[in-house]
Design a protein around this ligand. Structure first.
Ligand SMILES: [Zn+2]
Length: 350
């Protein structure tokens, strides 16, 4: 495990106002378990923020954290998710063998209409693709005329793909630049503002998706409660988020890419996210672990940067093919052991 040479308590020198959280929002405990001092790398100020783990329920929180009115400064104009897209993710279903497998699997097992699957041949395809059933967990099962809400949809790439696949979609996004891009690039219906201002009717949505959003929220349980309210009984909520119980977190320690403080205000393991869901009235249906390993490159790059090895850090971020080959089997193995750095949690409204 990599360890920091020295520790310090939260130190923010640029005048950002911070607030203490003090009490775990999940279990109410004030007892602290491990405490980590993490360097701010979003803007490169070198400020230090403290991340504490609740001794009782294991939820990680950034504490102190910037007050909500000042968090915008950590989302500069060049923040990755708010940049124009290279295109919709429809190439995900591109022609060729991989695209064909995806289309057949989504049609056979997820309710999408992307291929003709009928008769004996259809039965055979269902059987042959059944081992892949759990693979596309970030795609909710499509209902005819199904309505889907994406919370924190950024520039709308994923929402546009889901619309192209057959959903009737609505997005909510807090960042004005991202909203404008989602509308101009994809012609999407986006509400620019906070989720609670959207005021959707009760039980009006079939699926809610959130991709790397819940860890940025000041009140994750409130978001889940609102998701639960707008979902019809049996409706699904799909959340992708970093996995705080991953091998990467243990190995890289303060250099783990997904601390991403102070944008990340909470970090979850499946157990703590399951507790949040329960408090919001949702039941966990499934947790899937991604085999994504590029965060290993990014975490290693942070470690190198702190040693002045900037050339190596740059090389790591250029996605060198040799590392992809090395990490790929590792990602598969760790995914199987539920120890990769990203997970998708699927909840259902009871
Ligand atoms: Zn707690």
């Amino acid at each position: 495990m990599l360890k920091a040479k020295e520790t310090a308590s939260t130190r923010v020198d640029d005048g950002t106002r911070t607030e203490r959280v003090g009490v775990c929002p999940l279990c109410g405990s004030t007892q602290l378990g491990s405490i980590l001092d993490i360097k701010e790398r979003c803007l490169g100020t070198g400020d230090i923020f403290t991340v504490v783990q609740c001794d009782s329920c294991a939820l990680f929180r950034t504490d102190p954290r910037p007050v909500k009115e000042e968090i915008d400064r950590y989302y500069p104009d060049d923040y990755g998710p708010y940049q124009p897209s290279a295109g919709t993710k429809t190439p995900w279903l591109r022609p060729g063998f991989k695209g064909l497998i995806r289309r057949l699997t989504l049609t056979a097992h997820y309710g999408y209409q992307l291929a003709e699957i009928e008769g004996v041949m259809g039965q055979l395809i269902r059987v042959l693709t059944s081992p892949l059933r759990g693979r596309y967990v970030s795609f909710p099962r499509l209902f005819p005329g199904g309505r889907l809400l994406e919370i924190g949809c950024a520039t709308g790439e994923r929402l546009a793909l889901l619309r192209d696949l057959g959903w009737e979609v609505q997005g909510v996004e807090i960042n004005r630049q991202a909203c404008d891009l989602a509308r101009s690039q994809f012609g999407l219906n986006i509400f620019c503002g906070e989720l609670e201002e959207l005021r959707l009717p009760d039980a009006s949505i079939d699926a809610v998706v959130m991709s790397h959003v819940i860890e940025h929220a000041y009140d994750p349980i409130a978001i889940l409660r609102e998701a639960n309210r707008v979902l019809r009984p049996g409706g699904l909520v799909l959340m992708e988020t970093p996995n705080a119980r991953s091998l990467e977190r243990y190995i890289f320690g303060p250099w783990w890419f997904n601390w991403e403080i102070p944008r990340h205000l909470f970090l979850f393991e499946s157990r703590t996210l399951e507790l949040c869901c329960k408090m919001a009235g949702l039941q966990i249906k499934n947790v899937a672990y991604s085999s994504y390993t590029f965060d290993w490159n990014r975490s290693l790059a942070y470690w190198c940067e702190d040693r002045g090895w900037n050339g190596v850090a740059e090389w790591l971020r250029s996605r060198p093919r040799v590392l992809t080959w090395v990490f790929r089997p590792l990602g598969k193995g760790l995914g199987w052991m539920k120890a990769t750095g990203r997970m998708t949690v699927v909840g259902v409204r009871r």
